[in-house]
Design a protein around this ligand. Structure first.
Ligand SMILES: [Zn+2]
Length: 342
């Protein structure tokens, strides 16, 4: 496999990804992304996520310890959105942007990182994902609960307090519709089998794309990775969402997730920027939700410790991403990394 000029099919998103290792060798005189590590205080009275701080809304955070969730003071979607919607109009339609936006703090300490959290704290943070998913998905109006994390100044995050977010929407997002349709179609054409489970058990993934496999979870680089070091954490049995995961599975996920975060920190030589997405099944009672298998996706924006990936003209115009890294090589690199000890 040369790694040049190969299109690979991304079966969940139903789109082509272009693998082109030659683009990585282009001379680079553009912006470089070096670490922005600074010495952060354990508590920052200016940080609206720290315990005891009064937020812009006038609410004062409790003196929490460990993982803590609250409603976003500046929500993109709101339960209070006006409910009117337009009549059917193919050119100008509108509807209410209803939903809930939550903020999830992983720790009371402003200077903690995911990699440095104690075992007890990382388990509590991951347990919060399950608790929040269960609570929000039980609200009748909510159709999807997207838990995610934006990490790092490189991708525009201004607050370095370790935290994630939730957008719980009253509609199913475009990506989830594509993933649901793809998994349901695959199941119909393959005796009800799971697309993600079959992907996980393919020989090529087991031999070339696996990063880690433990009792309950596997970490892989997807065959059609869109980002140089994209990885997915997939359950070893089909779970529609984290609501279905056992206590042992949640604990294993927490430790597996932290190991993968540490691999990125080692690879990029700093507390690495990342976008992390939890793809739980939509909760809108659609019959095709039954074919959904959960996965957690990391979309690291770095190509190496200094170069950021930008989605430029071709990619913006085509929606077909160019990945300059052979996924098999990325998996081999990640597999070999020694964990950074906290
Ligand atoms: Zn803080």
């Amino acid at each position: 496999m040369s790694g040049n000029w190969q299109r690979r099919w991304q079966p969940l998103l139903q789109q082509w990804v272009i693998i082109s290792a030659t683009t990585a060798a282009r001379p680079w005189s553009g912006a470089t992304a070096t670490g922005h590590e600074s010495t952060l205080a354990k508590h920052d009275p200016e940080c609206y996520l720290c315990p005891g701080v009064t937020r812009a809304s006038g609410t004062t955070n409790p003196s929490y310890t460990g993982a803590y969730a609250f409603d976003n003071d500046f929500p993109t979607l709101s339960a209070d959105a006006p409910t009117e919607h337009s009549a059917h109009d193919p050119l100008q339609s509108y509807a209410a942007a209803q939903g809930r936006c939550r903020v999830l703090c992983w720790s009371e300490n402003h200077n903690d990182t995911l990699a440095s959290l104690s075992e007890e704290k990382i388990i509590a943070a991951v347990q919060l994902w399950q608790d929040e998913y269960r609570t929000l998905s039980a609200i009748p109006e909510i159709a999807q609960v997207l838990i995610f994390e934006n990490k790092g100044v490189e991708i525009g995050v201004s607050n370095l307090h370790p935290h994630g977010q939730i957008y719980a929407t009253d509609f199913v997002t475009d990506t989830a519709v594509r993933m649901r349709d793809a998994q349901a179609k695959y199941a119909r054409e393959n005796d009800g089998e799971s697309l993600l489970q079959n992907m996980l058990h393919s020989d090529h993934v087991k031999e070339r794309l696996i990063v880690e496999r433990n009792q309950h979870w596997s970490v892989i680089v997807p065959y059609a990775a869109r980002f140089s070091y994209e990885t997915w954490i997939i359950p070893n049995r089909k779970l529609g969402s984290l609501a279905d995961a056992s206590h042992d599975e949640m604990k294993d996920l927490a430790l597996c997730y932290q190991r993968q975060v540490r691999r990125y920190d080692t690879l990029f030589q700093r507390s690495a920027p990342n976008i992390t997405l939890l793809h739980n099944a939509p909760c809108d009672d659609h019959k095709d939700n039954e074919h959904w298998c959960f996965h957690l996706a990391f979309h690291p924006p770095l190509r190496d410790s200094e170069k950021l990936k930008y989605l430029a003209g071709f990619e913006s115009g085509s929606n077909n991403i160019v990945n300059p890294m052979m996924p098999e090589n990325a998996a081999a690199t990640l597999r070999e990394l020694v964990e950074v000890q906290a």
